[in-house]
Design a protein around this ligand. Structure first.
Ligand code: MN
Length: 372
């Protein structure tokens, strides 16, 4: 049995304010391209099942373009007559009962099964059962659903669990409303043939469990994610389990350093062979305050004519007492505000306020409509 496992496609995500020739945000188009590459691979691999472990869309209320793109792709997948099972992630789960979950639209396809609304769902075929656990924001509901899942394990068939969560603290994405899978329920993993996870954006096996994997995301939702390899997992499930990582092509991210103690020569000698269409980050090191006034970002940017975008980070010499001042990549307002609170309040008070602030900013995020 062959299964394609992919996840965290974040359709509709956009960034960097750069438009492509079709007037679509370039980063948004990159995410569509990654998704299409997985679909092209599916056509070649012809798996028996396709599974997606959450965050199909970046928002629970995606833009028209993201919805249209997804419907076109789903139509293509549906025509392959391969069962396609997907679950809601934290990004696609509305925080209010009044909003209908977007994943519902895919129920109109005959080969597609969707799981949402914090409800365990058993998707059963002749020789395999998919135990689907969508994103949970209520821990007691999560626990009751895990129990229903456990009761539905059938040893006469292959059992595959699908979840969108952090297993152990290591896989936290530092986002609002993440679901951490309870440690005392990890024994369920031993009863499964494969546990397919979404949420963490890198591919990999989880801790000591040889059958528990994150497939990773298909693109980067933050430039802090410096991984240059993204893809999906191809699962071979016979007597033994084999998990193969399949890489797709994504836009490279390249970090360059300029030593400001020898600024002119360092800039002249910079190698741009690997920056074609890349997202380039230039670090100015050993910068003095005086130099910083003289050095303009556009001077540096024009050295990378072949790049898609160039950002400049300034790192000052230690003795100037302005280390790591960063004037080109502003912090998020939320981070800035939290840092201010941290510096000015007692630790327990900060913990309390941190939750409130994340909640507030979370609400704000929801109400902002996509510009593109
Ligand atoms: Mn995600």
């Amino acid at each position: 049995m062959k299964i394609v496992h992919f996840s965290d496609t974040h359709l509709g995500y956009n960034d960097l304010d750069i438009l492509n020739a079709q007037n679509i945000n370039q980063r948004e188009a990159d995410f569509y391209d990654s998704f299409s590459q997985v679909v092209e691979q599916i056509k070649l691999i012809k798996p028996d099942y396709i599974i997606h472990t959450g965050d199909l869309f970046h928002r629970f209320n995606p833009s028209n373009r993201a919805i249209i793109f997804a419907l076109e792709q789903f139509k293509m997948i549906d025509s392959l007559n391969i069962p396609f099972i997907l679950i809601a992630g934290n990004h696609s789960t509305p925080r209010s009962n009044l909003v209908s979950p977007i994943l519902k639209i895919f129920e109109n396809f005959k080969n597609v099964w969707v799981s949402y609304n914090q409800k365990y769902q058993k998707v059963e075929f002749d020789s395999v059962i998919f135990h689907t656990m969508p994103h949970m924001h209520d821990d007691s509901i999560a626990l009751s659903q895990i129990e229903v899942c456990e009761a539905n394990i059938d040893d006469s068939k292959k059992n595959i669990m699908m979840m969108h969560c952090s297993v152990a603290k290591h896989y936290l994405m530092q986002e609002f409303g993440e679901w951490v899978y309870p440690k005392d329920k990890e024994y369920l993993f031993d009863k499964m043939d494969y546990v397919a996870l979404g949420h963490w954006h890198g591919f990999g096996q989880v801790a000591k469990y040889s059958n528990v994997y994150y497939s990773g995301s298909t693109e980067r939702t933050s430039l802090g994610d410096k991984r240059n390899s993204k893809g999906f997992a191809l699962i071979w499930l016979e007597e033994k389990l084999k998990v193969e990582y399949k890489e797709i092509r994504i836009r490279p991210i390249v970090v360059k350093e300029i030593d400001c103690e020898a600024y002119e020569s360092s800039l002249e000698n910079i190698n741009t062979d690997d920056t074609l269409n890349a997202i380039v980050e230039v670090k100015l090191k050993n910068l003095t305050r005086l130099q910083s006034l003289d050095i303009q970002n556009f001077e540096i940017q024009k050295h990378f004519k072949n790049a898609m975008s160039v950002s400049v980070k300034r790192e000052f010499k230690q003795d100037v007492n302005l280390n790591n001042l960063d004037d080109t990549q502003p912090l998020s307002l939320e981070r800035y505000f939290l840092d201010h609170l941290k510096a000015n309040s007692h630790e327990t008070e900060y913990k309390r306020l941190e939750r409130k602030v994340q909640e507030l900013f979370g609400n704000y995020e929801e109400n902002v409509n996509d510009t593109y």
